[in-house]
Design a binder for this molecule. Structure first.
Ligand SMILES: Cc1ncc(COP(=O)(O)O)c(C=O)c1O
Length: 383
């Protein structure tokens, strides 16, 4: 019998997306209208961030954060090597030298113990990435940043709905960045948000967000005409994206609840292999809740990981690899430098495999995954 293919990811649609999109067609489609304001208010209410600005992408939000830093050539920004290009690129684009640090083997997040050695008199910011929606050790990171008087910009692209010690990711650093890309739990195809937690940045962020103008004040009825007052970019998405996004945000709790349930099922099904030491999976720290963005398995060798991907694919289960370390990439070598040992960043990505995870995914996928991996791992030991 031919089994249907299990895709790696699939977007949850509540049905309200098309209702809001139809309604958006009857309104002015430009940025900053009814749906954009509702999304920003929803995010402000649910995260308690001082101000939230919708953007075209998380990349776009990170770039706004970089402009807010007022970087000069030679200034340095610390980022983990195991991340998406945008985490580093946004700051390179605005003149910073990127200083890469290693990751922790349990969460694949920035290793907070590596940060202090990477700090120099030119360090301006630390950019922790909450990989898989699993929180970084924000207590340690904020402590280091405060002691050295540097800023923290959370790359919470994958962390919408996760919490660190009861605080939403993206609201702990001075600034936070979300992604609503199609690959994320909550999506509008391409989208993002800048969370401004340090109130000093709100006024300028609103100006940079809208082409360097005072249009936000004009929209709020505070001035009669808006003016060009600073550099800026065109960050606000259209009302069509915002209408789609609002429907998703209103279902965010349900979407993440379903993902967390499936994540827990994977954990339970695969626990015999984990207990035997044949496999490891990413695990959130005790005082954190996570949004189950990724179920990531770590195999003992790259060969085992590759074999697992081939076997699962042959049985109709799609999986995915993830980032290669940026400090070794051509741009990373040109635009940054590594600080300290990078052993985890250099070895773990080749042993990492992401399993399919999406609301509505049939739970028998976990049984099939377990059977395939159990067979493969036990046979490899006896071979
Ligand atoms: C950690 C991280 N940062 C930034 C981004 C960029 O997000 P966007 O595609 O919304 O620009 C991504 C996208 O996958 C990501 O995973």
């Amino acid at each position: 019998m031919n089994r249907p293919m299990v895709p790696f990811t699939s977007t949850y649609l509540s049905g309200q997306e098309s209702v809001y999109l139809q309604d958006a067609l009857t309104r002015p489609a430009g940025a900053g209208g009814f749906y954009s304001q509702r999304c920003e208010t929803w995010l402000e209410n649910s995260t308690k961030a001082g101000r939230v600005l919708l953007t075209h992408s998380c990349t776009n939000a990170l770039e706004l954060a970089a402009i807010l830093l007022d970087l000069s050539p030679g200034d340095e920004v610390i980022v983990p090597s195991f991340t998406f290009t945008s985490t580093a690129n946004a700051f390179s684009l605005h003149g910073a030298t990127i200083v890469f640090v290693d990751i922790r083997p349990d969460t694949l997040n920035m290793d907070e113990r590596a940060i202090e050695a990477a700090i120099t008199p030119r360090t301006r910011a630390i950019v922790p990435v909450h990989y898989a929606g699993i929180p970084c050790n924000m207590h340690a990171i904020m402590d280091i940043a405060n002691r050295h008087n540097i800023l923290v910009i959370e790359d919470a692209a994958q962390g919408v709905g996760s919490q660190y010690q009861k605080k939403p990711l993206g609201t702990i650093g001075h600034l936070g960045c979300y992604s609503f890309h199609a690959s994320k739990n909550i999506t509008c195809g391409e989208g993002g948000a800048l969370l401004i937690n340090d109130k000093r940045f709100i006024g300028r962020a609103e100006i940079l967000h809208d082409k360097g103008t005072t249009r936000a004040q004009f929209r709020a009825g505070k001035i009669r005409q808006y003016d060009w007052v600073d550099i800026g970019t065109s960050a606000p998405p259209s009302e069509l994206q915002a209408a789609y996004l609002l429907a998703q945000l209103e279902q965010a709790e349900e979407i993440n609840k379903q993902r967390v349930a499936l994540w827990g099922l994977y954990q339970k099904k695969l626990s015999p292999l984990v207990k035997k030491g044949m496999l490891q999976h990413l695990l959130p720290p005790k005082d954190c809740s996570h949004n189950a963005h990724i179920f990531g398995l770590i195999f003992s060798t790259p060969e085992m990981r590759n074999l697992a991907q081939e076997r699962l694919q042959a049985e109709g289960i799609q999986t995915a690899l993830h980032y290669q370390p940026l400090h070794r990439s051509p741009a990373g070598q040109r635009l940054g430098r590594a600080s300290g040992s990078m052993i985890q960043s250099e070895t773990l990505p080749d042993r990492l495999l992401r399993l399919p995870l999406w609301p509505g995914m049939p739970s028998c996928t976990m049984d099939r995954t377990f059977d395939i991996l159990d067979h493969m791992l036990n046979n490899s030991l006896t071979a």
